[in-house]
Design a protein around this ligand. Structure first.
Ligand code: C2E
Ligand code: C2E
Length: 400
């Protein structure tokens, strides 16, 4: 089966290992980030609410118990650079249109809040309240572990907090020895955060990849590995919409194995399966473009969706497919019409901008398939809109 006939391999790309582990295909990386962001949304909200509540509580406690000159400097900083950005990030999480920017907003808010927390500590030293390593540690672990940031933005936030700590500490620390130890502690917290974030995100990427693979398997046919009817309908609907937009054509092809029930009864299920696999391989070879798709439509039926084909190409393709099935020379001693397995094929080509819908296209392809059977099977028919004018009706009593 050709690659284009299956669900695109891009859906199951394996992430590359290492620090920059990411999906090689940009769309896939974007899809993973959207998925990750949606999966961590609830915990991110809880973390933001907790950080807001903690900062508000400390601000109130400072106001109650700390000297007025200290509160006058630190309260505005906490409000402007911690409460407002974190509150803004929390608010954005409830605005669906802002969801695409949510990750970046959280990363910026957490960086600002962390640096401001360190700055409050530095102000504390000036007023002899003490330069707290603990606050910087809390802000660092919040960035890496609590707020659901991916490891890269988390490392940028954690690194910024560390640099702010070093810079402000150099300016205000009274004991260089204590300060150096504190810096080492904070650097260690960053290293642990990076390591944990790396492991966590690699696991998340692996789980995501496995989930996509399971989804792909559940939507493909077990016997042939081809996309199933549901996937085919989805794909046809998608290319229909794309073709309407691009003012291009779309074609649907239905392939039905002639007298397959008799084949199964005569040769048994295992040979029946093998026969279908060979036909699936043959069809897959002929479907080459990225927007074309071949699927197992039902038990003995296959379907092909084609984006922007000419009518001539469709006619050539279905005729060639009929001949190729015949030339496989799979013996069919139980057949009423031919000594080898044959197929009847119906196709329809339309321009979506002229109206109708994918269901109507499939009905037309089905009418053409019916016509191929009425004409004696082992042939291909492309739907002719003039049939409608002639008020054609199906011949009653023919078993299809
Ligand atoms: P290829 O001929 O080796 O072309 C490789 C890729 O180059 C195609 O991938 C397509 O992206 C691009 N390409 C080549 N020629 C053209 C062209 O005239 N117009 C445009 N827009 N793009 C072109 P793609 O689409 O996945 O096709 C895969 C293979 O399927 C092709 O490999 C070719 O062997 C076959 N194929 C697809 N469409 C046609 C066609 O209209 N006529 C023929 N003879 N073969 C085709
Ligand atoms: P062609 O091979 O005679 O194909 C004529 C037209 O049939 C194409 O016009 C397209 O509408 C349709 N067609 C052919 N193969 C396919 C297919 O695999 N899938 C679908 N959905 N439609 C198909 P188009 O696209 O304007 O191409 C004109 C000519 O350009 C082709 O004539 C071929 O000579 C060349 N060409 C286009 N794409 C490729 C390609 O990927 N590889 C090669 N080798 N040639 C290509």
């Amino acid at each position: 089966m050709s690659e284009s006939s299956a669900i695109p391999a891009a859906t199951v790309t394996k992430p590359i290992d290492g620090w920059l582990a990411r999906f090689t295909i940009p769309d896939e990386e974007r899809a993973f980030r959207d998925h990750y962001s949606a999966a961590t949304l609830a915990t991110t909200r809880i973390a933001l609410i907790a950080a807001l509540a903690l900062t508000a509580a400390i601000t109130v406690l400072d106001w109650l118990f700390m000297p007025g000159y200290y509160v006058a400097k630190t309260a505005p900083l906490r409000i402007a650079a911690v409460l407002l950005p974190l509150g803004f990030a929390l608010g954005t999480s409830y605005v669906p249109d802002a969801r695409a920017m949510f990750d970046k907003i959280v990363a910026i808010a957490v960086t600002l809040a962390g640096v401001a927390t360190v700055a409050v500590g530095a102000i504390g030293v000036r007023y002899e309240v003490g330069f707290e390593l603990l606050a910087a540690m809390l802000a660092t672990s919040f960035a890496y572990l609590a707020v659901g940031l991916r490891r890269q933005p988390a490392a940028i936030a954690g690194g910024s907090i560390f640099l702010a700590y070093v810079g402000l500490g150099l300016a205000v620390s009274t004991s260089m020895q204590d300060f150096v130890y504190s810096c080492l502690m904070l650097a260690l917290a960053n290293a642990i955060g990076i390591y944990a974030g790396q492991r966590f995100e690699t696991n998340a990427r692996d789980l995501y990849t496995q989930g996509r693979e399971l989804e792909r398997l559940s939507r493909s046919d077990n016997l042939t590995g081809m996309p199933d009817r549901y996937t085919f309908h989805q794909h046809l609907t998608n290319i229909w919409r794309q073709a309407r937009r691009d003012k291009r054509s779309v074609a649907a092809v239905l392939i039905d194995v002639d007298h397959f029930r008799l084949f199964n009864e005569y040769y048994g299920q295992a040979d029946g399966d093998r026969c279908l696999q060979r036909l699936a391989d043959l069809l897959g070879e002929r479907v080459r473009r990225p927007l074309d798709l071949v699927a197992r439509y039902g038990g003995k039926e296959f379907s092909i969706a084609l984006y922007d084909p000419t009518e001539e190409f469709v006619q050539q393709l279905v005729d060639a497919l009929c001949e190729r099935v015949f030339s496989l020379e799979i013996p069919h001693n139980a057949s009423e019409g031919s000594a080898v397995v044959t197929a009847s094929i119906g196709a329809a080509v339309v321009r979506p901008e002229e109206g109708g819908g994918p269901e109507q296209l499939l009905r037309s392809a089905d009418d053409a398939l019916y016509e191929a059977k009425v004409r004696g099977r082992n042939q291909a028919v492309v739907y002719n809109p003039e049939w409608l004018d002639a008020s054609r009706t199906r011949v009653p009593g023919i078993a299809l």
